[in-house]
Design a binder for this molecule. Structure first.
Ligand SMILES: Nc1ncnc2c1ncn2[C@@H]1O[C@H](COP(=O)(O)OP(=O)(O)O)[C@@H](O)[C@H]1O
Ligand SMILES: [Mg+2]
Length: 252
């Protein structure tokens, strides 16, 4: 579904954040990207959904090189790619339902969205996704009245509104406590398994990786240094990825 070939990203200040990164993501996979802070994980996701322009290489989405798309074709491609962030990025004073409905922006259009002109079908879909992320009954609550984990689940439901083929998650549990982290990861897993949405998720903790990832790629200094099953990351690989002094911690 996604083929990343010799991807390079050089920031305007000259920082070479991704160096000839290549890997494939088959449809339906739950892929986790790991690496130290600054290794290039966020940059990679931002290149995939074209929040950043790439400096070289190709990103093929179902065979189409997305790095060259502009205008309408770019917007159409982007509608297939949902994204969730570490800090949720909800509209705090709006309700859960309004936040989820706003995820349909790429299809509703900004004008109708501002006026709150959603169709009955939009509302039914929003309620369906709110139920999928376990928040039924909370649709009228204000987003900022929810716990962090619940807010991230609203963000997942909002991303689902655009019917994404791929969901990109940039350290979605980095602001959450361990128990809540598992809950959010379980809902991501559910979205992956039950709705068939391909997931690419940046994560910090290897213990979560071992529980949720089908496959892992690791970045170090912008270079892809590991690609394989989570179970194949032994102590040697762990030290290569995170440094000699790193110790694996488990979140229960
Ligand atoms: N907008 C930017 N301009 C210049 N350098 C950046 C920018 N964003 C990130 N970087 C740098 O690119 C490298 C990779 O960053 P990032 O992709 O955020 O890593 P990660 O998500 O793995 O922590 C880091 O050295 C970071 O400082
Ligand atoms: Mg990051």
């Amino acid at each position: 579904m996604l083929e990343i070939k010799n991807l390079n990203k050089v920031y305007p200040n000259g920082l070479h954040a991704l160096k000839n990164v290549s890997f494939n993501v088959p449809q339906g996979e739950f892929l986790v990207v790991i690496g130290l802070s600054g290794s290039g994980k966020s940059t990679m996701l931002r290149c995939v959904n074209r929040l950043h322009d790439v400096s070289g290489g190709e990103i093929l989405f179902n065979g189409v090189d997305t790095t060259k798309l502009k205008g309408k074709a770019l917007r159409e491609m982007r509608a297939n790619i949902g994204m969730i962030f570490q800090h949720f990025n909800l509209i705090p004073r709006k309700t859960v339902l309004q936040n989820v409905l706003s995820g349909n922006l790429s299809r509703t259009g900004i004008f109708k969205s501002i006026l709150g002109m959603y169709t009955k079908e939009d509302k039914e879909r929003a309620m369906k996704y709110i139920e999928i992320v376990g928040l039924k009954g909370k649709e009228k609550n204000r987003a900022d009245a929810l716990s962090g984990g619940q807010q991230q689940r609203v963000a997942i439901a909002r991303a689902l509104m655009q019917n994404p083929k791929i969901l990109l998650a940039d350290e979605p549990v980095a602001s959450l406590d361990p128990a809540t982290s598992h809950s959010v990861m379980q809902y991501l897993k559910k979205v992956n398994e039950e709705l068939g949405v391909t997931v690419i998720c940046n994560l910090h903790f290897l213990s979560l990786v071992r529980q949720y990832a089908h496959r892992v790629v690791a970045l170090k200094g912008g270079v892809l240094i590991y690609e394989g099953k989570p179970s194949e990351i032994n102590e040697q690989w762990f030290k290569t990825i995170y440094g000699e002094d790193a110790v694996e911690v488990t979140i229960n």
